[in-house]
Design a protein around this ligand. Structure first.
Ligand code: WT7
Length: 635
């Protein structure tokens, strides 16, 4: 029996038991048999959730790019590693083989070294979904630089905050990007961001849209001529198992974004192992994840997980609606996609369009359908199952987080029987626990509580860049000796898990994790605004949308309300990005507060969701009278 590839339910239970009864022996075997190491570890696992400190495969030496590239060259050199599908269907797709990818990564690594990037330095990558994005990640990993990818939909302000937080000395960007029929001036955004980033020495610019952009002398360099001159080989830097591989920012419920730090060996082992099993990937399959590499889904399941398995992974530059709503289905037909991984918000948006867009295309190549980012509602699940999978492709509802690095609770297709809206069973090695508010574990089935994980898994984030205390406080202080996820979940009669949503002030909008605090801060900076509170409310396509309650200053009270709404959203767009815009803005005279001054978001959430039959006890509020006013004027 191979523990690496699970094919039957019995095997899942057997391997699962092994993985939790003796995790060290289990992961040692997986690591030993399926990866290349320059030196083996001294110890498989060292951990203490109270410090917190987690180390996997300590003492081992490796380079993740040797596992993702070099080792495949003898057997898969001419196999397509990355299949690039451009925004415009009239532009030709690119099949980049493992040989070619290896060469491109080596050239890029040499360019980075020539521009002063050393092992341990941070490099910010702000690129659209073009091959250079994947090449940049791997080139950093090749030389031991720590990449920090910032999603190219974030604003200049969000970009500069992230660049400064981790002291990046280089930025890799493009002149601009294509997004459907539009182009976006990415370099302009970078220039604006860099006005506040004195630590950035060099900017490498990919030419993608051929726009006319400014290049700052000495700082900005066109990338292609440098690559053309660079040497096509580069030895991989020897890395320790626990050396940081990358930083990726995620929103918290308060404060600035958290730079989650992922390290090398454990992340590699876990993302590769989950990829193999959760997609049942076999050698000649063509796999497509529609996420952007700016998010963890893209890091783990477009780049590292698939490449570590020698897979063919599709990178799509465009959007689901261009040139029409059949684009996804057309790509599946064109490249004979076998595994397709997308987000519920995309499914809901496409389900609203005419079924013709689907029916024009041959989708018979599909074997596995994935969902990630937020709970998939029953209606979307059935639409996906009936119309895309034709009831033949199992749907894997994969629950995980930026912090977890890889999938945590997911069915294994053709192995785990699926139930709509359930992420089903923990993946191998994952030990979930449901906790009550008093801090006690809730045992047994048909229960719900706060979702925690009891034992470390190889790809758990090790810290928050520059703020280990915040890492401890956020994830390890709510429950003793547990990693707290921030999600609620229920466990049904057969032990299946269903994620019920966030229990903190994080709101998931179209699968994007948004913290309330940074958005409120941005609203409050508007000169007419005194105070604000935002909450989520159910939205047909986005899952949740944002509802803002805003108290105006005297100067604002005479202003046109609709203009103010526009200005507030403009402000949010500039400071965070368009994904954080509010759908509804209600001007109020006060916000319901506790006697200690804390905003009662629970009440605001209920009003925004039109669920006001039971608001709970409002008598303890400092200002119960505002509740009626807010309800009377709500949308
Ligand atoms: C939060 C993490 C995992 C990569 C993309 C999001 C929610 C994610 C599911 C799912 C229900 C889900 C959770 C989680 N979430 N997947 N299958 N079912 N909820 O990563 O931005 O770090 O967000 O997304 O609330 O905590 P992220």
């Amino acid at each position: 029996m191979s523990n690496y590839h699970i094919k039957h339910l019995e095997e899942y239970f057997q391997v699962y038991r092994k993985s939790v009864s003796n995790p060290e022996a289990f992961w040692e075997e997986i690591a030993e048999e399926h990866f290349v190491w320059r030196k083996k570890w001294n110890k498989v696992l060292e951990w203490d959730f109270t410090k917190p400190e987690i180390k996997w495969f300590e003492g081992a030496k490796l380079n993740i790019t040797e596992n993702c590239l070099d080792r495949h060259l003898p057997t898969r050199g001419d196999k397509t590693a990355i299949l690039f599908e451009p925004n415009d269907p009239k532009e030709e797709a690119q099949h980049i083989t493992y040989h070619e990818l290896h060469e491109r990564v080596c050239r890029m690594a040499n360019v980075l070294l020539d521009h002063g990037v050393k092992k341990g330095d941070r490099v910010c990558i702000y690129l659209p979904m073009i091959p250079e994005l994947a090449v940049s990640l791997l080139a950093c990993a090749r030389i031991g630089a720590i990449h920090s990818v910032v999603f190219a939909g974030f604003s200049a302000n969000a970009l500069s905050t992230r660049i400064n937080d981790s002291d990046c000395k280089m930025v890799i960007c493009s002149d601009g990007s294509y997004r459907g029929a539009k182009t976006i001036d990415l370099k302009g955004i970078v220039d604006k961001a860099l006005e506040d980033c004195s630590g950035v020495e060099n900017v490498l610019v990919v030419k993608r849209i051929n726009s006319d952009i400014g290049m700052k002398d000495g700082r900005d360099h066109w990338l292609q001529p440098l690559l053309d001159k660079a040497y096509a080989d580069r030895d991989a830097e020897l890395m320790d198992a626990e050396d940081p591989l990358f930083i990726l920012y995620t929103s918290g419920s308060t404060g600035k974004p958290k730079g989650m730090v992922h390290t090398t060996a454990g992340y590699m082992v876990y993302t590769a192992y989950t990829f193999k099993n959760a997609f049942q990937y076999t050698e000649n399959d063509v796999y497509w994840c529609t996420a952007d590499i700016g998010w963890i889904t893209g890091h783990s399941y477009i780049v590292y997980g698939p490449l570590a398995n020698g897979a063919t992974t599709v990178m799509f530059e465009g959007v689901p609606s261009y040139p029409d709503y059949g684009r996804f289905w057309q790509i599946i037909e064109k490249h004979k996609i076998n595994q397709f991984y997308t987000a519920p918000t995309a499914i809901r948006a496409l389900a609203k369009e005419k079924l013709d867009f689907v029916e024009q295309h041959d989708l018979t190549s599909l074997k596995v359908l994935g969902s990630v980012g937020e709970p998939i509602n029953e209606e979307a699940w059935h639409w996906y199952n009936n119309n895309i999978g034709k009831k033949k492709s199992p749907i894997i509802d994969t629950w995980w987080q930026t912090e977890t690095g890889g999938m945590m609770i997911t069915p294994i297709p053709y192995v785990t029987p699926t139930t709509p809206t359930y992420a089903t069973l923990p993946f191998i090695g994952i030990q979930p626990a449901l906790m009550d508010e008093a801090g006690k574990e809730i045992k047994g089935n048909q229960v719900d509580g706060r979702l925690c994980i009891k034992f470390p898994w190889p790809s758990i984030a090790r810290t928050i860049w520059g703020n280990h205390d915040r890492y401890r406080d956020t994830y390890f202080s709510a429950y003793k000796n547990m990693y707290f996820t921030g999600d609620g979940a229920l466990r049904d009669a057969v032990g299946y898990y269903r994620i019920t949503g966030r229990v903190d002030d994080v709101i998931i909008v179209s699968g994007h994790n948004l913290g309330t605090a940074p958005i409120e801060d941005s609203i409050n900076e508007h000169p007419a605004v005194a105070e604000s509170a935002i909450v989520g409310f159910p939205h047909e396509v986005k899952g949740n949308a944002l509802y803002g309650y805003v108290i105006l200053k005297e100067v604002g009270k005479t202003r046109d309300r609709n203009n103010l709404r526009k200005e507030i959203n403009q402000q949010i767009t500039e400071q965070i990005g368009p994904i954080a815009k509010l759908d509804k803005i209600q001007f109020v005279s006060g916000l319901p507060k506790t006697r200690s001054g804390k905003i009662m978001r629970r009440i605001l959430r209920k009003i925004a969701s039109k669920d006001t039959s039971n608001l709970g006890d409002t008598s303890t509020l400092l200002n119960p009278e505002v509740v009626k006013e807010i309800m009377d004027n709500s949308f």
